[in-house]
Ligand binder design. Structure first.
Ligand code: T1G
Length: 697
């Protein structure tokens, strides 16, 4: 008897129990244990029906993702499911928590399914670059039909127990929390009513009824936009379609072929890396897991602009009261009006109720006085990027706030230590860098000053989780992790345009790689004046910042989307960038002034210069300890800048491209283009010479 799967009979019901924390994933031990327990149940003459149930927080949540990429050990999951289905004793699956992927497929291999009303079911394999590979694409359609199966399998979204009942995925939904009692009651009913063994593989009405349907081609057309650049969603459609074209056994073969294609794709590797990396970032090397966290039951936010308002919403959304401070009443009123409009829009889409709008608005208390910050647990300053202003504010906070209050800045580039120097409590000062729009983007860069206390670090990481952000702890330098790398990409992209590329050519290379928008479309979104002001500040501080055609845009008032003209044109109410010949003329004029003879630039050169300069900067960030691990850099870029998760993030992608290839190219650019940004990072050089990867760090 395995210790992760046990068998014991209760009356006439043989109970097979899985107990493999944290989520009863179908690792090799569980798969073997299930077959052993089933065998016992078959041999047990007293057992008239069998019950599959799980201990812990959830029913089986899928295959064990940690096994992917390693040689598969028998028994494979499809055969385990098939063995359950062939049982001549009725088997009931009792579902609680989230029955996902292989877990739901196990349940579909059983003959009946009962779920607690709090349970959810799903086939999220597509989010890992896969498709259900243990019969889900063949059995689900036999219960729920084509549309529901396609929706669930290509989106990977979970459905509630009630929805699963309506769709025929489960046979009953029961209230309460004792899933074993619910399962036993259902099993006894099956015995008492003499219900037959009902194998899903034999239910062909739904697949026969929709044979030859054009829903599959329609679905593929719809995925062209939604799943741009992705591989497995299209394979999901092919697999489900096979259920409507082939006998079950052949459909299973087809599913297996398609599953293996997905398993071998680099996108599966990228998405699985992203899955684990998103969880690893909250485990900070050097920060003890049991570091105490301070209570955060009230928050003060300074600045009711776009960022401050968005940040306030994050806390109100999870029931934490917020004091929102501005210097003028009209700024407060404007900020609150924008927050209300955002909530009303969400309510209009049905995602929250009107009552929730009012609840959340009531949690955001406006104020013009710092006195209202006297007892808040956390303050987040979100005013514009001027060090003098920030230091004044932190000087005031130091006087007003209670001991132990955490004083955070939402600065996107400025020095946390310098900000902290305006207070007598640098240990309580930290950066909490939100990404615009702050109530939408999931990334939160938590920036440590040199004196930030460990419990402050642990607290802001816990706050990230609480407000449903992905928090990454980073060190203090210009631009921290994300913006420091973005700054290099932006500078290189601008130079490429100086030398002969067009903004739209550069942007297309980046969107073809999988970014949701290119460098210049992003500048138009953020505002051309943002970069312009930073360059002007740096020029005033005596830095040698070269002239840029982007400056000309700002000087002509072309600030981007907010003025309907920037690098691109924007129709009224539209965010779609439209190429503007006037900008091409402005760039040509700029080149002439600078004495630059434009040249044809290949997409490959654009890709290498925009991406490898980022990788080189990422390597410097790692060797300086600004980011603890390569996976932290990956998560910053996936959740802060839309780096395609199916490529795993910039450092994972660099490993797939080849560290040596990148090092050689960076070195070549250093020789031909010059500039510190092309000086190969020592870490990059070492990994290349040792034949190692960023993932090996
Ligand atoms: N395999 C291995 N570990 C897993 C896991 C899995 N499937 N799911 C979660 N974990 C770990 C996770 O790494 C973390 O570990 C801990 O459990 C808690 O997770 C053939 C091939 C179930 C909704 O895609 O969606 O079946 O950090 O922090 O927020 O067709 O985990 O504590 O060490 O996320 O409460 C399909 C993926 C697999 C489900 C719980 N299944 N998991 O969320 O906790 S492919 C999935 C989730 C498959 C078959 C195919 C979530 C969750 P640690 P957590 P949570």
């Amino acid at each position: 008897m395995s210790e992760v799967v046990t068998y014991q009979r209760e009356g006439a019901v043989g109970v097979i129990t899985v107990n493999y924390p944290p989520v009863n994933a179908l690792g090799h031990a569980v798969r073997s244990g299930l077959l052993a327990a089933l065998e016992q149940g078959q041999q047990d003459a007293e057992a008239k029906a069998l019950l599959l149930v799980c201990e812990g927080r959830t029913f089986i949540a899928g295959a064990d993702i940690r096994e992917f990429g390693k040689p598969m050990q028998e028994p494979g999951l499809p055969s385990v499911v098939e063995t359950f289905e062939r049982s001549d004793k009725p088997i009931i699956a009792a579902i609680h928590g989230t029955a996902l992927g292989g877990g739901l497929e196990m349940a579909l291999g059983c003959h009946y399914r009962v779920a607690l009303d709090s349970a959810k079911v799903g086939l999220p394999e597509v989010k890992l670059g896969l498709l259900p590979g243990a019969g889900g694409t063949q059995r689900l359609p036999r219960l729920a039909g084509a549309q529901v199966s396609l929706d669930m399998i290509t989106s990977g979204n979970f459905v509630s127990a009630d929805e699963a009942l309506q769709n025929g995925i489960v046979d009953a939904v029961e209230s309460g929390s004792d899933v074993k009692a619910v399962g036993l009651a259902f099993a006894r009913k099956v015995i008492d009513e003499g219900k037959p063994v009902r194998r899903v593989r034999d239910l062909n009405d739904k697949v026969d009824a929709e044979k030859g349907s054009d829903i599959f081609d329609q679905y593929r057309a719809g995925l062209q936009k939604k799943a741009r650049g992705l591989f497995s969603p299209f394979k999901c459609v092919d697999a489900v379609e096979a259920a409507f074209q082939l006998p079950f056994a052949d459909g299973m073969k087809r599913e297996r072929e398609l599953f293996m294609e997905c398993m071998e794709s680099p996108q599966r590797a990228g998405l699985v890396h992203a899955f684990f990396a998103e969880r690893e970032v909250s485990k900070v090397p050097g920060l003890a897991k049991d570091t105490p966290v301070r209570d955060v039951n009230s928050v003060g936010i300074i600045g009711a602009g776009t960022m401050g308002g968005g940040i306030a919403m994050n806390f109100a959304n999870v029931g934490i009261p917020v004091r929102l401070l501005e210097v003028k009443q009209e700024a407060l009123d404007k900020g609150l009006a924008i927050i209300r409009r955002n909530y009303e829009n969400t309510a209009r889409k049905g995602r929250i109720t009107q009552a929730q709008v009012e609840e959340r608005m009531a949690l955001i208390q406006p104020t013009l006085s710092y006195d209202d910050f006297a007892d808040v647990d956390l303050v987040i300053e979100a005013v514009f990027e001027n060090m003098g202003v920030k230091k004044d504010i932190f000087g005031t906070l130091d006087k007003v706030c209670k001991p132990g209050a955490i004083l955070a800045s939402n600065t996107s580039t400025l020095d946390i230590d310098e900000i902290a120097s305006a207070t007598r409590r640098p240990q309580d000062v930290v950066g909490m860098h939100f990404f615009s729009p702050a109530n939408v983007m999931k990334l939160l860069e938590n920036v440590c000053g040199s004196q930030t206390a460990d419990d402050v670090k642990a607290t802001v990481m816990a706050v990230a989780k609480r407000i449903k952000k992905v928090g990454v702890l980073v060190g203090n330098c210009y631009g921290f992790v994300g913006n420091r790398m973005l700054h290099q990409r932006g500078a290189e992209a601008t130079k490429l345009v100086n030398e002969g590329a067009s903004p739209q050519q550069v942007d297309k290379v980046l969107t073809d790689l999988g970014f949701p928008m290119g460098q210049f479309a992003m500048s138009d979104l953020a505002g051309i004046d943002v970069g312009y002001r930073i360059r002007e500040e740096r020029r005033k501080a005596g830095e040698d910042v070269p002239a840029s055609w982007m400056d000309k845009l700002a000087e002509e008032g072309r600030l981007g989307q907010k003025t309907q003209a920037g690098v691109y044109l924007y129709e009224e109410g539209s965010r779609k960038p439209v190429v503007d010949p006037k900008v091409d003329a402005l760039i040509a004029e700029f080149r002439k002034e600078q004495g630059i003879e434009p040249r044809e630039i290949s997409d490959q050169e654009i890709l290498e210069r925009c991406m490898y300069v980022m990788i080189n900067e990422g390597a410097k960030i790692l060797e300086e300890g600004i980011a603890a691990r390569a996976l932290d850099v990956d998560i910053v870029w996936i959740y802060g800048y839309g780096f395609p998760a199916y490529r795993g993030g910039p450092m994972f992608w660099a490993d797939q491209v080849g560290v040596k290839e990148i090092y050689d190219t960076v070195k070549r650019f250093h020789d031909t283009l010059g500039g510190d940004q092309w000086k190969p990072a020592a870490l990059l050089e070492r990994l290349a010479s040792e034949g190692k990867t960023f993932g090996s760090l």
